[in-house]
Design a protein around this ligand. Structure first.
Ligand code: DX5
Ligand code: ZN
Length: 217
């Protein structure tokens, strides 16, 4: 099974975003991960849509936009317009499968791929009836809000369960994991059946980024 790497720009040098994006593209990254925070769903704020609009086209990777926001129905279309290829919102921001379905439909209606994410304390079962509706499931392996935190191992169980459900039903849904990914935790996630590893602080800001990137394969 091929696994993909999605470097997270949250840890990149914000003054040199274009160079930071091109650096990981040259290493072979297939996705570029944009973390969007509204200061409500999580404490911090991060990239504005204008930044995604400015840089979404300076590379050929998939713009993987993770919206950690309280109002995904409002925010998703803004980032689709800015150039997102996938928009992943949080189950906790909608709190019911029917409301989640509405956001998924809204994203799909705008010809964009839709992902859904769960925080570490949310059980994976809330996704059982949604995985055939989305293109991607994002398992958070840290509390969303900031980079550089330690990997929470309970994510592995969730990935294994999702892998089983997806394979059993032969679904076209990718599994992504985000938070605390390094060479060691990345391998554990790959063994558990993940498709995409998001990595921020492990990659950016290090001279040996190439070697680090290779350990995620
Ligand atoms: C956390 C973000 C992550 C973050 C990961 O809220 O969703 O994408 O950038 O950072 P690291 O890889 O440093 O844990
Ligand atoms: Zn993220």
């Amino acid at each position: 099974m091929k696994n993909y790497v999605a470097p997270s720009l949250l840890s990149a040098d914000k003054e040199n975003l274009e160079a930071e994006i091109k650096k990981v593209e040259a290493l072979g990254a297939e996705y570029i991960h944009w973390d969007i925070m509204d200061g409500i769903f999580v404490e911090n704020k991060s990239f504005e849509d204008s930044v995604v609009a400015k840089f979404h086209n300076c590379h050929k990777m998939i713009n993987d936009v993770h919206i950690m926001v309280a109002d995904p129905k409002h925010v998703a279309p803004i980032f689709i317009k800015a150039g997102a290829d996938i928009v992943t919102f949080h189950y906790e921001a909608v709190e019911c499968p029917k409301c989640a379905q509405k956001v998924i439909d809204l994203i799909h209606d705008q010809k964009c791929k839709a992902g859904i994410s769960i925080k570490p304390k949310t059980p994976v079962r809330v996704l059982k009836k949604l995985i055939d509706k989305v293109d991607l499931v994002l398992v958070m392996s840290v509390e969303p809000g900031k980079g550089g935190q330690a990997f929470i191992p309970s994510a592995l169980k969730k990935i294994k369960k999702l892998r089983k459900w997806i394979d059993k039903r032969n679904l076209n849904c990718l599994i992504e994991v985000d938070g605390g990914i390094n060479g060691e935790t990345g391998k554990l996630c790959r063994d558990a059946g993940v498709d995409i590893l998001v990595a921020g602080s492990y990659l950016y800001g290090h001279d040996d980024i190439k070697e680090r990137f290779e350990t995620l394969r």
